[in-house]
Every structure is written in structure tokens, then in C-alpha cells.
Design a protein. Structure first.
Length: 381
């Protein structure tokens, strides 16, 4: 049987395993020293002064929106071309979501359209760094400033990427990242909030653990005794375990290498597919270095997408589609979101196929995908 080539997968080595085993044999499986050590490592790689580790990218989004002050009745402005969690986390807090269409080539939130979508209740602008390519922060930042809004980024795809020399983690008021196995580095499940804002980080930290604090400076009654703690907000148990944090620290040492390999794979696809009729390749932007979480091609004729997708899968090339526009999900339709307001995202979705890309993929794997795609598209002509 031909080996199945997934669209993404982790790369876990002996040193990662050893790091986890060491924690298993230690005193703390959770709430121990591996978590702050991971947060320090995250700050180091991202240049974000504060990092708060959480047990998923989704909980990191929830904590980030909470920490940025999102309340019932507020609204966020975001892209429909994302994973549902970006929007769901706002609904968790009783806020609503205003979806704004994307740029036709990058699939990122279109700054041109953001300003007209801002209303009375808008609090946050939430760009997604789709496929690992940072959104256009230099155009979004002045829009946010003009309206007194904050930008909080969904960078689940883009840790290790950079925008005009600035790393992901420093481009927005706060940035959520994810450590799901297909992501730039993994902790199995996991996520983090990165920010320069000390207060926002403190609120995210509080939210991560029930809204409970033991910090003397925060307690209303600091003199009750060493057992004393107080709940100040309605938080959750969103803590990352020490096992996962140790895995994350070990993985982060390889982030540079992983991203470099992803870039080499993207370059190999670009070169091999450049002349391929019927196909649009991922866009690049001057001065913006993608982390290449995904390599998304678009077929020119949307009528062939389904067949091309099915045939690639039949050959063991486990392609994916990112994403069904969020407001198209039955849940969002039930909430009354229209389905035809985002023609660019809809068109992007209808043509998109995510080809396999992950650091451990060999050049021969890339060539196998290129050959199969060329052959299948040839049959469709
Ligand atoms: C754009 C985007 N946002 C948020 C998430 C949620 O991250 P997690 O799976 O770690 O909860 C994902 C992950 O699938 C994602 O791709």
C-alpha cells in the first residue's frame, strides 16, 4: 500500500520524549516549573515580553478576548476564512462577530474593508495569519488607532513568521498561538497568549485558572493565612500540564529549523508548479516571511476541485480544505448570519486545496505530490 502523506504532522524526536519523561518522574505534573520555563522560551523566540501558556489555542483565544476586555454585547471584526474557534471564542463571552471579507490572493483579512465594518459596538479587530502569512498589520494598525480599538491576532498558523522584520508575537496588542500537532511546534494540545501588555497578560493568567489568585498584591484580604486565595473573575481550568510544557520547550528549540524546512518545501512546490496550467499558487508579500503552516493552491476551475481532491486522497495524498467560511456552518446560520456576504472568501474556499507540508516531509514526497497534481489536472483539461 502506498504510504499516506498527511497535510501536516508533528515531528517528535528522542529529546522531546526525554523531556516529557523527566517531568513524569518529577514532583509536578501540572502547575510546576516547566510551565513558566516554557513561557520564558516562548518570549525568547517571539520577542513578546509576556507569554501565558494555555491548554489549547482555543482557550488562548478565549483568554485573550477576555483579557482584552471583550464583554457581552461587544463585537469583534474578523475573517470568515478561519477555523471556527476564532469566532466561537467571542461568542463564549456573549459578544458577536462581524465577518469581513478577505484579500483575493492571500486569504487574509482585507484592511480595505475593515474600516467600513467598524461600528458602535466593535471592540477588537482579529486578523488571522492565514496559512502562516502574517496579515497586513501596517495597514490594520492605524485603522485600529483611529477608532480606539485593539488588534488581537489569531496567529495559530504563524509562530516563527515575520512581518517587515518584526516577529509574530509583536505585531498586535496580543497574539494567540496554537500548539496542535500540525502547527509550527507542538505540545499535543496547547496554546499561548503573547503580549507586551503586562495587565492583559495578568488577566489571561487569572482566566486560565478559575479567575483565582494567590498573589499578595491582588488579594483583598492578604493577611488571612498561607492557605488563602480569592476568586476575582469567572475563569476556567485552561492550564497546560508540565508534561506538555516540557514538550513545548524542547520543540521550541527547533522552531527555526522547522520553519526553514517549511520554507524550502514551499520553494520546491513554487518552482515545480510555476508553469502548471489551471492552478494558482499561494501569494507572497514583499518583506513578509510566511511560516508556511499550509501550502494552499487554488484550482482555476472550481468545478474540478472536488475530483482533484478525491483523486489525490485516493492516491494516499491526504489533502485538506482550509476553510469552509465560518458563517456557513449550520450553527452560525441558525444565529442568523447570512451566507452570501463574503464573495471573496467563498471563491477562495471553493477553489482551495491544502497540499501536504510539514518539516519532516522529504523532497521526494513533494515531488510525488507535484507529479500527482500535474497528472490529475492534465486529465481534467
Ligand atoms: C486559525 C485557527 N485558530 C484557532 C485554532 C484553534 O487552536 P486549537 O486547535 O489549538 O484549539 C486553530 C487550530 O486548529 C486555527 O487553525
Amino acid at each position: 500500500m502506498t504510504e499516506v502523506l498527511p497535510y501536516g504532522r508533528q515531528w517528535v524526536d528522542d529529546d522531546d520524549v526525554a523531556a516529557v519523561v523527566e517531568v513524569l518522574r518529577s514532583d509536578y505534573l501540572t502547575t510546576g516549573p516547566a510551565v513558566p520555563a516554557f513561557e520564558t522560551a516562548l518570549s525568547d523566540v517571539s520577542s513578546a515580553p509576556n507569554a501565558v501558556a494555555l491548554n489549547s489555542g482555543t482557550s488562548a483565544l478565549h483568554a485573550m478576548y477576555f483579557a482584552a476586555g471583550l464583554e457581552p454585547g461587544d463585537e469583534i471584526v474578523t475573517s470568515p476564512l478561519t477555523f471556527a474557534a476564532t469566532a466561537n471564542a467571542a461568542l463564549y463571552l456573549g459578544a458577536t462577530v462581524r465577518f469581513v471579507d478577505v484579500e483575493p490572493d492571500t486569504g487574509n483579512l482585507d484592511p480595505e474593508r475593515v474600516e467600513e465594518a467598524i461600528g458602535e459596538r466593535t471592540r477588537l479587530i482579529v486578523p488571522i495569519d492565514y496559512a502562516g502569512l502574517p496579515a497586513d498589520y501596517d495597514r490594520l494598525t492605524p485603522i485600529a488607532a483611529r477608532h480606539g480599538l485593539r488588534i488581537v491576532a489569531d496567529a495559530a498558523h504563524s509562530l516563527g513568521a515575520s512581518y517587515r522584520g518584526r516577529p509574530v508575537g509583536t505585531l498586535a496588542d496580543a497574539t494567540e498561538v496554537s500548539f496542535h500537532p500540525v502547527k509550527p511546534v507542538t505540545t499535543a494540545e496547547g496554546g499561548a497568549v503573547l503580549t507586551a501588555d503586562v495587565e492583559l497578560a495578568a488577566r489571561a493568567r487569572l482566566f486560565r485558572s478559575h479567575g483565582i489568585t494567590r498573589e499578595a498584591g491582588m488579594l483583598e484580604r492578604p493577611d488571612e493565612g498561607a492557605w488563602w486565595y480569592e476568586q476575582h473573575e469567572l475563569g476556567f481550568n485552561y492550564r497546560l500540564t508540565d508534561l506538555q510544557a516540557a514538550l513545548g520547550t524542547s520543540q521550541l528549540r527547533k522552531l527555526g529549523r522547522f520553519v526553514e524546512r517549511r520554507r524550502a518545501i514551499a520553494a520546491r512546490y513554487d518552482a515545480a508548479l510555476a508553469g502548471q496550467a489551471g492552478l494558482t499558487l499561494p501569494a507572497r508579500r514583499d518583506g513578509v516571511e510566511s511560516g508556511w503552516h499550509l501550502y494552499v493552491v487554488r484550482v482555476e476551475d472550481e468545478g474540478v476541485r472536488r475530483r482533484v481532491f478525491d483523486r489525490l486522497r485516493a492516491e494516499g495524498i491526504w489533502v485538506q480544505v482550509h476553510y469552509l467560511p465560518v458563517p456557513w456552518h449550520p450553527y452560525y446560520r441558525r444565529l442568523g448570519y447570512p451566507t452570501d456576504d463574503w464573495p471573496v472568501a467563498a471563491d477562495f474556499y471553493r477553489r482551495a486545496i491544502s497540499l501536504p507540508i510539514f518539516p519532516r516531509m522529504g523532497d521526494e514526497d513533494v515531488d510525488r505530490v507535484v507529479d500527482a497534481l500535474g497528472r490529475i489536472l492534465g486529465d481534467e483539461r
